[in-house]
Write a protein that binds this ligand. Structure first.
Ligand SMILES: Nc1ncnc2c1ncn2[C@@H]1O[C@H](COP(=O)(O)OP(=O)(O)OP(=O)(O)O)[C@@H](O)[C@H]1O
Ligand SMILES: [Mg+2]
Length: 83
């Protein structure tokens, strides 16, 4: 399980999350939609621990593997998503 508990996150003056919570259980398939700049990538970076929330906690159960593709294609340019 991946859990966000009472997350708050701000980038500059922009409030992205205020006291936000969510849980993703094993076997669930979930999509995250929102306008450009809403904070979707920021949420994934917090799950990847590339960024910390200002408040709250992200917890990932032991033994869970997280695969993540940055939307900034960068070093994966021209390569297949499936090995
Ligand atoms: N490192 C940073 N420093 C300052 N502001 C940032 C930083 N990263 C993102 N932001 C700002 O935070 C907001 C959310 O960005 P984020 O990339 O999470 O949005 P997004 O929902 O993934 O957008 P998109 O649909 O365009 O991918 C945007 O306004 C962005 O400009
Ligand atoms: Mg994004």
């Amino acid at each position: 399980m991946i859990r966000l508990d009472n997350i708050s996150k701000q980038h500059g003056q922009q409030l992205l999350f205020v006291d936000a919570s969510a849980a993703l259980h094993r076997g669930e398939k979930v999509g995250l939609v929102g306008p450009n700049g809403a904070g979707k990538s920021t949420l994934f970076r917090m799950v990847m621990r590339e960024e910390l929330p200002d408040e709250g906690q992200v917890s990932i159960d032991r033994g869970v593997t997280v695969g993540y593709f940055s939307q900034d294609v960068g070093e994966m340019q021209g390569k297949s998503a499936v090995a």
